[in-house]
Design a protein around this ligand. Structure first.
Ligand code: AKG
Ligand code: FE2
Length: 271
């Protein structure tokens, strides 16, 4: 019997890669989504932002009013698109074998896409506005089991410390704890994101990646993304997958803090 706890099989991961994921809670696979597909996804993102796509099913386009106030329009005023799995073009990412086969190695063969985002991280307007604070994605998911959920995040361009790459605390998934998430006590700059406090002294690893590289990560991995000090919006595409036999849990009373209502962001439902 396998002694592995966080991965299921060798469909697309070697023993060594599985051990890396078990130990660290993530694995980066180089060049596993072709550039041609990334370019197609990017074009569709821009077409959606510029109202050139009609959808039968809803999709969330999250615009940032502060960007619009500064004169940004079209794709440059959009922070991210969520819930794109019914978009025929963006769905090509969620079913791409280079992605799904690794997902299968981690959570097994019964796979359902649960959450999807194309993140267009804007260049920093105010210091640290573009930071995504340290968090665990499980905070957002009212279903279990935990170990049959996995996130994928594919760089749509080279990502590094300059344009706000992802960073993580390796091995933090093994603590098997979902921490309290809230707004930062000081310097609340971005009402979109809650974070965890008290891990400031722990070693973080920057996930420096090229276009088409994908990081697969456990939903309890502590991670975030840094300031985008480049001139452009940093693009990445991300889907969370779970075992299709997962069950919902009752999250009432689970979290202490409420979300702020005042927001510079407006959500536009595209139908
Ligand atoms: O792409 C990013 O900047 C961070 C994405 C992330 O971790 C999230 O949205 O949960
Ligand atoms: Fe996240």
């Amino acid at each position: 019997m396998s002694s592995k706890r966080y991965t299921k099989n060798n469909k697309a991961l070697t023993d060594q890669q599985r051990e890396f994921y078990e130990e660290n809670g993530y694995i980066i696979i180089k060049n596993n989504v072709p550039h041609a597909l990334i370019d197609e996804l990017c074009k569709q993102f821009i077409d959606i932002c510029e109202n050139r796509v009609h959808h039968e099913s809803p999709l969330l386009v999250i615009q940032d009013k502060s960007l619009r106030k500064r004169g940004y329009t079209g794709q440059h005023a959009v922070n991210k698109i969520q819930d794109f799995l019914y978009d025929d073009v963006l769905f090509k990412y969620a079913c791409y074998p280079g992605v799904v086969d690794v997902v299968e190695s981690i959570i097994g063969p019964n796979i359902i896409g649960t959450h999807s985002m194309l993140i267009n991280k804007p260049p920093d307007a105010h210091p640290e506005l573009s930071v995504h604070p340290l968090h665990q994605d499980l905070y957002y998911f009212p279903f279990r089991p935990i170990n049959t959920i996995v996130g994928t995040w594919t760089a749509m361009e080279a990502v590094n410390e300059k344009n706000g790459c992802l960073f993580g605390i390796p091995g933090s998934h093994r603590r098997e704890e979902l921490y309290n998430h809230e707004y930062p006590k000081q310097n609340l700059k971005n009402v979109l994101y809650h974070g965890v406090q008290g891990f400031e002294n722990e070693e973080r690893v920057n996930f420096i990646m090229d276009k088409g590289d994908t990081v697969f990560f456990h939903p309890l991995l502590l991670h975030g993304s840094g300031v985008n000090i480049s001139k452009g919006s940093r693009k990445a595409i991300s889907v969370h997958f779970a075992d299709s036999n997962s069950h919902f849990i009752d999250v009432r009373g689970l979290f202490k803090k409420k979300w702020s209502r005042s927001s510079s962001l407006c959500i536009k439902l595209i139908i």
